[in-house]
Design a protein around this ligand. Structure first.
Ligand SMILES: *Cc1c(COP(=O)(O)O)cnc(C)c1O
Length: 377
């Protein structure tokens, strides 16, 4: 297709950094570029500890290990999210308890959170959909009242804010993704943000195959040995070099994404109103991350026709998550139709327009031109 949904392009020193990493004699994890990424994220966000991981999925898996999630535990998750948000916990034996989403921001509906809590609830995992923060005052209030840790799936929302505070700094931990579809990418990659100091030492161990290798290299122990469960969650320093090049250009990337988002919003406003199409809601008290631009058609039929219509115009638009409770796995876990009506409805009606740093303004104009000529009836 002529205009792809996502076009991951280099933005700065990616190739240069790959060369430097290759010549450094340190290709494995935790080399110079990894450390630069850690410091940049820790200082920019004000997070006590950041650890790059091989993916957001793996950062989520680390969270489940670090909280000792085990068989019979329950974890609260929005029904409208990527499979990794839930899979990381199910992998440890936990039972997912899904919660429906708000019809405006499509984030976890905080008014339905309290009723999902039981004595077995071990974590609440909000997802800041499309880079717009969840209602963190309400969520943190409920979590603190019940003494349940909050873990943020922040894959969409790096550098977004809720009431002036960065997303990823509310929960005891947060997971980032640097997959090629995200705002900042090294192809495949992620990070674990740790806000709870008590979890830092064990996080280093879990990330290093259950060994105290990090402490050994800092000279804090004289033997390097197996001390806990763990796995291999370090990305190569070559990938960290690519990521660092992107993070260094974060202002340029975010400014361009903001322009794309605002251009779509302004150009499509009147058309959307006339065609009974819903545009994204971004509450006043949030600063979004400009992760995507979605629209909600009136119904499934219109959405399918819209995607097919754009395809005929060589434009790739895509729908998004299917309700987790109606996936094959969700049904096996007891999911039934109508359990979460907002998610079921939104999932049928949502479509994402081409949106990436690699989308040129003339390509965006073409997309807008085509969209404006689409009529629902
Ligand atoms: C992309 C994404 C993930 C998974 O990220 P990976 O880095 O590919 O593992 C998890 N959760 C959400 C909400 C995502 O968008």
């Amino acid at each position: 297709m002529k205009i792809p949904f996502n076009n991951p392009v280099p933005v700065g020193n990616e190739e240069e950094n790959i060369k430097i990493a290759l010549q450094s004699g340190h290709l494995s994890g935790d080399g110079a570029f990894t450390k630069k990424c850690h410091t940049l994220l820790e200082e920019t966000l004000g997070v006590p500890k950041v650890l790059l991981t091989t993916s957001c999925t793996h950062a989520l898996e680390m969270m489940a290990i670090l909280l000792d999630i085990w068989e019979g535990d329950e974890v609260i998750i929005p029904d409208f999210t990527f499979v990794s948000t839930v899979n990381a916990f199910v992998l440890r034996g936990a039972h997912p308890v899904f919660v429906d989403i708000r019809p405006d921001t499509l984030n976890l509906d905080e008014s339905k959170l309290e009723e999902a809590i039981t004595p077995r609830t071990k974590a609440i995992v909000p997802v800041h959909y499309a880079g717009v923060g969840c209602e963190m005052d309400a969520i943190m209030g409920i979590a603190q009242h019940h003494k349940i840790p909050v873990l943020e799936d922040n894959a969409h929302a790096l550098f977004a804010k809720y009431k002036g505070k960065y997303m990823g700094t509310f929960g005891s931990m947060a997971a980032q993704s640097f997959h090629e579809t995200k705002n900042f990418s090294c192809g495949e990659g992620g990070a674990l943000l740790i806000n709870d100091h008590k979890l830092v030492e064990r996080a280093e161990i879990v990330r290093e195959k259950g060994t105290n290798r990090s402490r050994f290299f800092r000279g804090q122990v004289d033997k390097y040995t197996w001390v806990d469960i763990g796995s291999s969650y370090l990305p190569s320093d070559i990938l960290a070099g690519v990521l660092y090049a992107q993070l260094e250009e974060r202002e340029k990337i975010q400014a361009y994404r903001k322009t794309l988002w605002e251009t779509y919003h302004f150009a499509l406003k009147d058309w959307a109103e006339k065609e009974n199409i819903q545009l994204p809601t971004v509450p006043e008290h949030t600063e979004q991350a400009y992760h995507m631009f979605y629209i909600l058609l009136p119904n499934l039929d219109a959405r399918q026709k819209f995607i097919a219509y754009l395809r005929e115009h060589d434009i790739h638009s895509v729908f998004h998550y299917l309700p987790l409770h109606l996936s094959d796995m969700g049904i096996r876990l007891g999911g039934r139709p109508d359990d979460f009506p907002i998610t079921e409805d939104v999932s049928n009606r949502l479509v994402r327009l081409p949106f990436s740093y690699g989308l040129s303004s003339s390509e965006q104009e073409q997309v807008i031109d085509s969209v404006l000529r689409f009529k629902v009836l």
